[in-house]
Design a binder for this molecule. Sequence first.
Ligand code: NZQ
Ligand code: ZN
Length: 388
Amino acid sequence: MIGNFTYCNPTKLYFGKNALESLNSELSKYGKKVLLVYGGGSIKRNGIYDKVIALLEANGKTVFEDAGVMPNPTIEKVKEGVARARAAKADLILAVGGGSVCDYAKAVSVSVNCDEDIWEKYFIRFEDVSCEIVPVGCVLTMVGTGSEMNGGSVITNHDEKLKIGHVFGENVFPKFAILNPEFTFTLPKYQMISGIYDIMSHILEQYFSGTDDNTSDYLSEGLLRSLIHSANIAVEDPLDYEARSNIMWTATWALNTLIAKGKTTDWMVHMLGQAVGAYTDATHGMTLSAVTMPYYRYILPYGTAKFARYAINVWGVEPANKTEEEIACEGLDRMEAWMKKLGLVMHLTDLGATREMLDGMVKSTLTKDGGYKVLDETDIRAVLSASF
Ligand code: NZQ
Ligand code: ZN
């Protein structure tokens, strides 16, 4: 453990088959007016909408709706949501959906009482919130992002060809999050495996950095082993409650700030994936899977010892009579084979990306300095090129 840190996660989390009933006790803490935020209609088709509305009505709430939050929510849509929340004088924003709906709710939350240009303030200048927020609660229906228990909010600006995340402070974390694994059973397989890979990527972004002996890395290895095991079951039988519940809980721990404590973190797979997302609007987890192998093979020489540890502790590579580099490479080979078996997208072309987009994607990639190598434009171009 190297760093000094403060740890606090204020989100109250309700997990399990009866978790939605907890809305009764949570709703009693807020005023009458609720802005119900959701996506393109999956919650109407699978019955979650009716259950939520019944609970809101039973608790005497006046419900204002903000539907149609798209995957990879846009800044235009956020501004529309802000106008709705202002008009409703919302006391609570209830997000029912996946990471996109939760992220969007947080972006609206911090903007309702803000007079500044919210794109510039939060997503370009990364400024703190300087106004009163509207509290957010979340009923999660798609697993992956960890948005249910963190301050992250990722918003896309198509005009500027940028997809950028702001990690807001504890006051913006959802006040409560309701997680019923059964609510995820209706997810199409493409979304389920995309979410599984998002979880894996979150853990790896926080694992592949630093050379210190850090408790967080041991936690990460355990989370990864659980995720791989449960993913293998879920991909064969998506209705396996045990596997789906383990995946849901792992997703939350993968990005609720715990495993980043006391260590440096990387996040370059996400920076590359977000640049791809800005150009293709592709499904988040698949943008990550498509760039992962080229990126990790590119940085392996700079962090060989950690990649070897990963190979042994997560993928069960037998180290005897092998060099550190051989062990590390074998680990990545096993990971790649597993990704392909799961059905993840491994090439940018399968996401609609073209070579003509390359220059733009290179420019849209933000760089971070916490990983094993700080990438320059040449490195970014090499990694993205190898992803086609
Ligand atoms: O819009 P509806 O009709 O609800 O359909 C959604 C959407 O099309 C569907 N879906 C959700 N729950 C369902 C369901 N379909 C059937 N049954 C259900 N139970 O799934 C599709 C994808 O939903 P979305 O919310 O976009 O997925 P996800 O949870 O992966 O969220 C992705 C967004 O989160 C951001 C991503 O960049 C992306 O914008 N991220 C947020 C992070 C955070 N807050 O910390 C970190 C992540 O790295 C990520 O960047
Ligand atoms: Zn992610």
